[in-house]
Design a protein around this ligand. Structure first.
Ligand code: LLP
Length: 468
């Protein structure tokens, strides 16, 4: 028979970074969107909307997006990185409404697929302010992007350079394109970013970009510069995601600028721009300590300007591509608890398993990257002593974990609402229909109003492509 661990005795079952709260009702502000707060009854309000009222309308699971928080983070990057172009990385989360907010706040947009381009165009984004990524864009996708007037296409292979050059030449000859297509060359700077292997992108042995050290980045730039229908706008480096230490960007910036200078000297082509990508980390748990955009900007700009003056070159117009750092903390996911059970652990302790009505289909990140999250009971106040819990989903996989470790009130029970903060980035965008789950809605909240901006999928959606 498992020993029920007394309150306060979680040694060995709880990770060292997880502090046992004095009051499990309290939110940790760093993890939540700016307007999130709990009232005296323990009810979570976001954007002035009581979350239990909201889910009474839309059901659970549901993503709740704090519009004011999103806009204020977008402005913080725009103003912190004044003088840069800030491209919001739509892969983190994109919908027509969000694309419009991005444009209204003065940001540009980074898309990495034809589908994301469709959303951007549907939202009426000026194509000149769109950057288009991807390591294997098809001829059809490239043609659509060029014809639509996408400002910059970030090329990733010689096959693509040749493909794009011939498409642009053809569209120039028919008058569909007025001049050379703007192109950036994706380079790998050989930086080992301190993040999960699957989200680090600037080390040598992976699929993205042209290596600086092997010389292939110089060759790719030469190839673009030689193509009459293309204009070499600059070099692009993205070192990875969920990074806190600016030393990665510093090393990358030095290596990219050295190549930038070499291209000016050897090819006689001074590129007007340079992009340092995204990857700025956010706080998922108290382990994370994100920097302020203005501080990040100050550090990165100092390196770039210092390096340019050492190389004797003009500072190129700079751009960055934050995704997670804008939308990540703006969203939380609300679930309903379905079952609670105690599971015996080695040594006689037990863990409380709390099953909710979503899981790896609405947030694959714990299963894919071993990502940590936190959560809170948001439908009532509880004075029960906190217990160490694991929140799991309803899918047929033991790795279907929503929150690996969290202290929740010991009387957590079926029917309670739990909210997981920090799910805005790559939650809905990597959601799936695994086990034929219906992907949840995204509800934007602001000034006491809730608006469904992406509706819940229906059984008809699910069966629409099943031809029987
Ligand atoms: N720019 C480029 C070229 C990228 O590849 C990415 C992310 C970004 C910008 C935005 O990175 P952010 O600022 O959001 O970290 N699905 C993973 C992350 C993969 C990101 C891929 N590229 C996750 O859930 O953590």
């Amino acid at each position: 028979m498992a020993r029920q661990v007394p309150p306060g005795d979680f040694a060995g079952t709880s990770p060292v970074w997880l502090r046992q709260p004095d009051d499990a009702n309290e939110l940790i502000p760093l993890l939540w969107s700016k307007t999130a707060r709990k009232d005296d009854d323990g009810i979570l309000h976001v954007g002035g909307v009581a979350v239990p009222d909201l889910v009474a309308d839309v059901n659970t699971p549901a993503y709740v997006l704090d519009e004011e928080d999103f806009r204020s983070r977008a402005r913080a990057f725009r103003d912190g990185f004044a003088g840069y172009d800030v491209y919001y990385a739509g892969k983190a989360f994109l919908s027509v409404a969000v694309a419009k907010w991005v444009a209204e706040e003065g940001l540009c947009l980074d898309v990495c697929s034809d589908g994301e381009l469709s959303v951007a165009l549907r939202a009426g984004i000026d194509p000149a302010r769109i950057g288009y990524h991807g390591n294997n864009k098809t001829p059809m996708e490239l043609r659509r992007a060029v014809a639509a007037g996408v400002g910059r296409i970030i090329v990733d292979s010689t096959d693509e350079i040749d493909r794009l050059a011939s498409i642009a030449a053809e569209l120039i000859s028919t008058g569909a394109l007025s001049g050379p297509q703007g192109v950036m060359v994706r380079v790998t700077a050989g930086v080992e970013a301190h993040t999960h292997e699957f989200i680090a992108t600037a080390h040598e042995d992976q699929k993205f970009g042209f290596s600086i050290s092997s010389g292939s980045a110089f060759d790719a730039a030469s190839r673009v510069a030689a193509a009459e229908a293309l204009h070499l706008d600059g070099l692009h480096s993205h070192i990875g995601s969920q990074i806190f230490d600016t030393s990665g960007w510093e090393v990358a910036a030095r290596r990219v600028l050295a190549l930038h200078a070499r291209i000016a000297t050897e090819l006689g082509h001074v590129m007007p721009e340079m992009d340092l990508g995204g990857g700025f980390g956010i706080a998922y748990t108290t382990q994370d300590d994100p920097a302020d955009p203005a501080d990040l900007a100050a550090q990165i700009t100092k390196i770039v300007t210092g390096e340019c003056s050492a190389l004797g070159i003009a500072v190129p117009h700079l751009s960055i591509e934050p995704g997670r750092a804008i939308v990540g903390s703006s969203m939380c996911t609300v679930y309903t608890v379905g079952t609670v059970k105690q599971v015996a652990l080695d040594g006689g302790a037990s863990r409380t398993y709390v099953s909710v009505d979503g899981g790896m289909s609405d947030n694959i990140r714990p299963a894919l990257y071993d990502a940590d999250y936190s959560c809170s009971l948001v439908s009532r106040r509880s004075d029960a002593a906190p217990v160490l819990a694991r929140v799991v989903g309803k899918h047929c996989e033991s790795g279907d974990i929503v929150v690996k470790h969290e202290f929740l009130p010991g009387d957590i029970a079926p029917g309670d609402l739990l909210a997981v903060p920090g799910t805005g980035a790559y939650g809905r965008s990597m959601a799936s229909n695994y086990n034929h789950a219906l992907r949840p809605p995204v509800v934007a909240v602001r000034d006491g109003q809730a608006r469904v901006i992406v509706r819940r999928e229906t059984e008809d959606d699910l069966l629409a492509s099943d031809l029987g």
